[in-house]
Design a protein around this ligand. Structure first.
Ligand SMILES: Nc1nc2c(c(=O)[nH]1)N[C@H]1C(S)=C(S)[C@@H](COP(=O)(O)OP(=O)(O)OC[C@H]3O[C@@H](n4cnc5c(N)ncnc54)[C@H](O)[C@@H]3O)O[C@H]1N2
Ligand code: MOO
Length: 391
């Protein structure tokens, strides 16, 4: 079977994605979620011209050092002054308060001498006008577009007067580690056993991407155990299997899944690590079969799973964001598979780690980015521009 490119694999994956649809959640539960559709402001902000400083509201045309004004009232935040400011008049005003009609300038109180109801403008007079026009932040009807909501967006949507928001339902991801050799962390592994790791890393990745991951019990390398585990995944939007994806006698994920109705879209991608990636649909679920090597699974998580989860939540279908960077050390020529090298950023650019074996999680943990080296790329000297995916 010929290997498809990473780009082809991503396109095939996006074709398998079904968006999760929307649900309404309270504003305080919306951080980290993806807005399901554009949301419009329900009001202008500020709804009135507002003082930006504590001081006196008056007419800009009358303002000069030495000028005097009679203080006729007070405008505080939440309690505006109903009257108008006429010639020679000023209103005491505080930050956030409505600027009374007639006034178009707020003099800060440090630039004023007050004596009873009279103020005199001092020579220190600054520029002003120290007020915020109505609608300076946003107008009723202005829209916040579909995006993953962060704390700043929550503040904005609160100001727009939304107590609830339409967000994409969180994709439910069933994560299945497979292999007789695996035990969960915290147990005593037998002499031939190791501790399952990438399933936990992928759980964390899914959670960070706004999904709802669920870890299934580790499946053994036999068809019955795998079928039982697939049954437990029922109801999930996405089943992610780990391991058993290669060509060995005990790599049974594909036969087990096909026995349960997997319509396979592809198997094997021209990338390193991550070659034995497979994907398809099993009934209502999408299925992504990741290679077992810990780093291969995590790299596939960043390169494939993350874009899939974004697309499921209604974000644009596209590859993991890349940025251009400079090599701080030379990079050896690549073979025929796109290479994702663990690398670290320093003052002179990025350096790939010497050790790139796909079992080395310690190197992945030390890395802050993956250098993406195209297939058959020649050797590159230090200083050359390359592309990286930030981790
Ligand atoms: N003859 C060939 N052998 C292999 C090929 C090949 O093309 N021809 N491909 C290699 C590549 S590339 C990879 S990647 C691996 C992937 O194999 P599997 O997906 O079948 O993974 P396993 O054999 O089940 O496991 C590989 C390795 O990873 C460990 N593992 C598995 N799951 C976990 C887990 N959840 N946590 C931690 N470690 C895990 C497992 O113990 C093995 O050491 O195949 C190559 N072989
Ligand atoms: O593709 Mo494997 O993932 O090279 O280690």
């Amino acid at each position: 079977m010929s290997l498809i490119s990473v780009t082809e694999a991503l396109e095939a994956l996006f074709a398998l994605v079904r968006p999760t649809g929307e649900e309404i959640v309270p504003l305080l539960d919306a951080s980290g979620r993806v807005l399901a559709r554009p949301v419009a402001a329900r009001r202008d902000q500020p709804p009135f011209p507002a003082a930006a400083m504590d001081g006196y509201a008056l007419r800009d045309a009358e303002l000069r050092p030495g000028a005097t004004f009679r203080v006729i009232g007070e405008s505080a935040a939440g309690h505006g002054y109903a009257g108008k400011v006429g010639p020679g008049e000023a209103a005491r005003i505080f930050t956030g308060a409505p600027v009374p009609g007639g006034a178009d300038h707020v003099v800060i109180q440090e630039d004023v001498a007050r004596d009873g109801d009279t103020i005199t403008i001092l020579d220190s007079l600054g520029r002003g006008p120290n007020l915020r026009p109505a609608g300076a932040d946003f107008r009723r009807g202005d829209e916040l577009d579909i995006k993953r909501l962060g704390p700043s967006d929550i503040a904005l949507l609160a100001a727009m007067n939304h107590a609830e928001l339409p967000v994409a339902r969180q994709p439910e991801v069933a994560i299945l580690a497979t292999g007789d050799e695996l035990v969960p962390p915290g147990r005593d592994p037998g002499p031939d056993q190791i501790v399952a790791s990438n399933s936990y890393g992928l759980f964390a990745l899914c959670a960070a991407l706004g999904a709802r991951p669920r870890l299934l019990p580790i499946a053994e390398d036999d068809l019955d155990s795998l079928r039982f585990a697939f049954g437990m995944a029922e109801g999930a939007d996405l089943l992610v299997t780990i391991g058993g994806a290669s060509v060995g006698d005990h790599d049974l994920v594909a036969p087990a899944a096909e026995g349960m109705g997997l319509e396979r879209s592809f198997w094997k991608v021209a990338m390193r690590p991550g070659k034995p990636l497979m994907a398809g649909r099993m009934g209502t679920m999408m299925m992504l079969g990741l290679p077992g090597n810990p780093v291969s699974a995590m790299v596939c998580g960043h390169v494939f799973l993350a874009p899939v989860l974004r697309a499921m939540q209604g974000l644009p279908a596209g590859p993991a964001p890349r940025r251009r960077a400079r090599l701080a050390a030379p990079l050896a020529a690549n073979g025929p598979r796109e290479h994702y090298l663990r690398a670290r950023t320093g003052p002179d650019g990025v350096t790939a780690f010497d050790k790139q074996d796909s079992s080395l999680l310690s190197v992945l943990s030390e890395a802050d980015c993956l250098i993406v080296q195209p297939p058959d790329d020649p050797a590159r000297p230090a200083g050359a521009e390359i592309e990286v995916i930030d981790l």
